[in-house]
Every structure is written in C-alpha cells, then in structure tokens.
Write a protein of this length. Structure first.
Length: 201
C-alpha cells in the first residue's frame, strides 16, 4: 500500500482565500478595472488579519494555459489587489496559483500537475513558502472541490455558499468535512470565534 504523502507544516495559522471569494470579474479577464471585491471584504480581512492570521490568495489560472493572458498580466492584477488591501493596513502574504491545464494550448503549461485545485499542491506550497501551519489554517472557497483540496492537505475548510453551485457539486460536497457561511464576513467571524473557543478550552 502506498504511504500517504507527508503534509508539510509551518508555524503560522493562515486563512487561504480562493481568489473568487475575494474578487470577481468576467471570465478570463485580467483588467483590474473590471474586478469587483466581495461585499464586506474590508471588515472580514481586517478582522482576520488583526486576529493573527496570515492571509494569502490561492487560485487556478487556466487562462494562462489556454493563452488568454500571461503571467505578467496576472501579476498586474495581483499588485492591484495587494495595493487595495495595503490601503486598509492589510498585508497579503502571497498569491499562489496554478497556471496549468492538461489540455492547454500553451505547451509549457499543458500538463497534469499537483497544484491544480482540487489537488492539494497549492496548500502545501503555502506551508513551505509562507510558513503556514495547515492544521491551524483555513481554506475559504466558494467551490466545493476546494474543500477536497483542504481535506487532503489537513487544512480546515469554510465554504462560502453562493447558491450557484451545480447540483452535482452540492451533493458531492456533503461527504466532506467543512463549515458553511453565506458570505465572507460571516466566514471570518466564524473562524475567529472558533479560534477563541479553542484558546479558552
């Protein structure tokens, strides 16, 4: 029997935000002017940051593999998001993303990998590159598949339920351990409440 992969472990608790939970826009758009931040993002991230959580963004960026945009264009988006957070005194520790897709049209990115969510590679990178303690960290996502990634990385999971998931994914997620919140600020409050409860136990 194959031994389970070792889960890397850092020292800091993180909240790892799947990018669509924080910002949204037209499919495959990398125009910062067309990005829309989630309702309540300022309050949510301020609360998490000042509670002691590191913050990072995780995302699949298959548009790179299909040639819709390149990594330089994505970096411009990342700088825009980072600047908005910095204007509120919030530090985003990093943007971890997967540029691959097995049937991509850009040869260097057209492959299977271990970092394409719901595989856990991006979370494991957070442990090694950002010093995230995955067992004390949370993945917040609106995608049920990302709950699978969190489970395989021994990370806690919070699903922001947009109400727009296909029925198949709703059924699929029911077997996974996770919590559900209707929006980002509710998710942040629940995470902080659980942190305080554990500290008091």
């Amino acid at each position: 029997m194959k031994a389970p992969a070792t889960v890397p472990n850092g020292t800091r608790p993180f909240v790892l935000l799947n990018k669509p939970v924080l910002v949204s826009g037209p499919p495959f758009s990398v125009d910062p002017a067309r990005l829309r931040f989630a309702t309540g993002w300022t309050n949510a991230l301020e609360r998490l940051y000042h509670a002691g959580f590191g913050l990072a963004s995780l995302s699949n960026e298959s548009g790179i593999a299909f040639g819709y945009y390149d990594e330089h264009a994505l970096e411009i988006v990342h700088r825009h998001v980072q600047a908005r957070l910095a204007s509120r005194g919030i530090e985003l520790a990093g943007f971890l993303y997967c540029p691959h897709h097995p049937i991509g049209t850009v040869a260097r990115y057209a492959r299977n990998c271990d970092c394409h969510l719901p595989k856990p590679g991006l979370l494991r990178r957070a442990a090694t590159e950002l010093d995230a303690d995955l067992r004390r960290s949370w993945m917040i996502s609106s995608s049920a598949d990302d709950i699978v990634a969190a489970r395989h990385a021994s990370c806690r999971a919070m699903l922001v339920d947009s109400g727009h998931e296909p029925e198949l994914l709703v059924v699929r997620r029911q077997a996974q351990p996770y919590q559900v919140a209707p929006d980002l600020i509710t998710a942040a409050n629940a995470i902080i409440e659980e942190m305080h409860a554990e500290a008091a136990a």
